[in-house]
Write a protein that binds this ligand. Sequence first.
Ligand SMILES: [Fe+2]
Length: 168
Amino acid sequence: MEGNIWLNQPYGDIVDYIIKNYHKKLSDQLKDLSKLTTTIMRVHGLEHEELFEVHRLFHTIQINMVQHVIRQETRIFPLIKRYSIRPIDELLDKAIKEINIYKEKEDNTEELLSKLKTITNNYTAPQDGCMTYDRTYELLKELHENIMEHLKLEDEILFKRILEEKVQ
Ligand SMILES: [Fe+2]
């Protein structure tokens, strides 16, 4: 997705797009992968010790991203949507305050994803795996891409635009 198309879109539309296209998909991916990473660890953990680390990294990412979605959908996005409809300073200040708290609490998800990518050999399942193993690695790769694209739209477009309003 090209970021530039979002530079002039109303904030409320960007928020709706993020919830519909990233957050909902993310919640489904996390639920499926929680089961899958546990299953392959149980079935293949004897031959592939790295599956214990895959399981641990994934579940730490899961905690981070569940909190990410809930913080944004309960605290940040409603303020942005209100500001989008009624662009007054008071709402802008409130939204900026919440964005700054979110940024201060920034977790280590990107670092964990890069460790996951390395330990899974760029999400390549081994020859002696099985269909579930293949599917799990395929979904982990999709999860990685989904999270990176979605953080980019939030941090580099949506939040950046809102924070810059105050400087103008
Ligand atoms: Fe998000």
